[in-house]
Design a protein. Structure first.
Length: 207
C-alpha cells in the first residue's frame, strides 16, 4: 500500500488542543491517505491497455453503459477508436429526447414553440436511427448511437436502448449513465435490469 502525504490540516474549533498555558489553540496535525496503487496518482484508464477489450465488448454486448470522470475528456479516446473501426456516430442528449422508441425508430411529431399570434403547428420528422442508417456510406461498419446524460432516463427507456441493437443489427448503443473515478463500462442490459429471455424475445420478433 502506498502512502500519499497530504498538506497539514487544522483541527476544528470544536476539537481544541490544550496548551501548556491553559489556553486553547489549534494544533496542526499531518494526515495521510491510503492509496491502492499507482492508478490513484494517474488516471486508471491511462495505465490499462483496455482499448482492445473496449472494442471486444462493443461487438459482444452491442449496448454499453459508460461511466467517465467528472472532468471529462477521457471518453474521446474510446470514441476515436470506434471511429477508426469504421463506425459513424449519432450524438444525442437524453434531456429533451422524448420517448426513445418513438424518436429513434418511428415517424414522430414535433411541436415548435408557440410565440403568440401564430397558428399551433406540428412538424413530422423521420426516425433518427433509420434515417441515419439509410445515409451510411457503403464502407461504414455501422452506426453508434452515443447518448449523453443517460442517467435521467427511466428503466424502461434504458431497456429499449439495450434492445435497440437487436432491432437494428447495424446499430451500437453507448449511454453515459454516470460518473466514476476512471472510465469504466458495463453491459447496458445489466444496468437496465433486462433479462436474457426478454432480449431473446426481442431478437425473435425482429427475425
Amino acid at each position: 500500500m502506498l502512502c500519499c502525504p497530504v498538506a497539514p490540516h487544522k483541527l476544528s474549533p470544536v476539537q481544541p488542543a490544550l496548551a501548556k498555558g491553559g489556553r486553547y489553540q489549534n494544533k496542526l496535525r499531518l494526515r495521510s491517505v491510503r492509496c491502492g496503487g499507482l492508478s490513484d496518482f494517474i488516471g486508471g484508464d491511462l495505465l490499462k491497455p483496455d482499448l482492445g477489450r473496449w472494442l471486444e465488448d462493443v461487438e459482444k454486448h452491442k449496448a454499453l453503459a459508460v461511466y467517465s470522470p467528472h472532468e471529462g475528456g477521457y471518453e474521446g479516446r474510446y470514441l476515436t477508436r470506434l471511429r477508426y473501426q469504421g463506425y459513424v456516430f449519432l450524438d444525442l442528449s437524453a434531456r429533451g429526447l422524448g420517448d426513445p422508441e418513438t424518436t429513434l425508430t418511428k415517424i414522430h411529431p414535433v411541436c415548435p414553440p408557440h410565440l403568440g399570434r401564430q397558428p399551433i403547428a406540428r412538424w413530422y420528422f423521420p426516425p433518427e436511427v433509420d434515417y441515419r442508417l439509410n445515409l451510411l456510406p457503403p464502407e461504414a461498419k455501422g452506426l453508434v448511437v452515443w447518448i449523453i446524460e443517460a442517467k435521467v432516463l427511466s428503466k424502461a427507456e434504458l431497456q429499449f436502448l439495450a434492445l435497440l441493437p437487436s432491432l437494428r443489427p447495424k446499430v451500437r448503443v453507448i449511454a453515459e449513465c454516470g460518473n466514476w473515478r476512471k472510465f469504466i463500462w458495463k453491459p447496458l442490459n445489466e444496468i437496465a435490469g433486462l433479462s436474457p429471455a426478454e432480449e431473446l424475445q426481442a431478437s425473435t420478433q425482429q427475425a
